[in-house]
Design a protein around this ligand. Structure first.
Ligand code: ADP
Ligand code: MG
Length: 173
């Protein structure tokens, strides 16, 4: 199994943490599309959005997704990667897509404990947990439709990795 593995899900679900751990175990490359595009742009997400709008950011995100996809590579995507139909189709066709699913309360607690993980402009003017809940409800169907596998991301890291390994050893559905 050397096709790319894409982790999708909202901010705080563990895409970077789980992705890095998996890459290390398998001796694969690890790429985070957010990191990749910020390095390339020489701007952080907030600066890109201020200068180019969310539209500009989304265009850079699609470009990043296609540029980093390679064999033996684990890709951690941004929470909004699934918004574009082209990105959803690309991931499903180019590799294996895993949705790290966690309830809004778990995501809010993680982002609260590690505010640097949420270092991006707010999507709405609402209180953080309410925004997380709303954005998750809106994107949940897209995460589910894009994923080949859904893994419970509220578990301890070792359990998540075990579930991911089990998913990777099955034929894609
Ligand atoms: P994402 O890349 O999806 O935004 P991160 O991997 O950055 O998520 O994780 C967000 C925060 O939650 C980090 O501080 C990370 O250490 C923590 N975290 C990730 N996975 C777990 C887990 N399974 N259990 C507890 N904390 C976790
Ligand atoms: Mg991340």
């Amino acid at each position: 199994m050397t096709q790319p593995v894409f982790f999708i899900g909202p901010r705080g679900c563990g895409k970077t943490t789980v992705g890095q751990a998996l890459a290390q175990e398998q001796n694969w490359h690890f790429v985070d599309t957010d990191h990749w595009l910020q390095e390339r742009a020489q701007m952080n997400v907030a600066e890109i959005v201020a200068k180019e709008g969310w539209e500009g950011f989304r265009a850079r995100e699609t470009q990043a997704l296609q540029a980093v996809s390679a064999t033996s590579t684990v890709v951690a995507t941004g929470g909004g990667m699934v918004l574009a139909e082209a990105n959803r189709r690309f991931m499903r066709e180019a590799g294996l897509v895993i949705y790290l699913r966690a309830p809004a309360g778990v995501l809010a607690a993680r982002l609260d404990a590690f505010p640097q993980a949420g270092q991006r402009p707010a999507l709405t003017a609402k209180p953080p947990e309410e925004e997380i809940r709303e954005v998750l409800a809106e994107r949940e169907p897209l995460y589910c439709e894009t994923a080949h596998y859904i893994v419970d991301a509220a578990q301890p890291l070792e359990r998540i990795i075990a579930d991911v390994q089990a998913a990777l050893s099955q034929p894609a559905s």
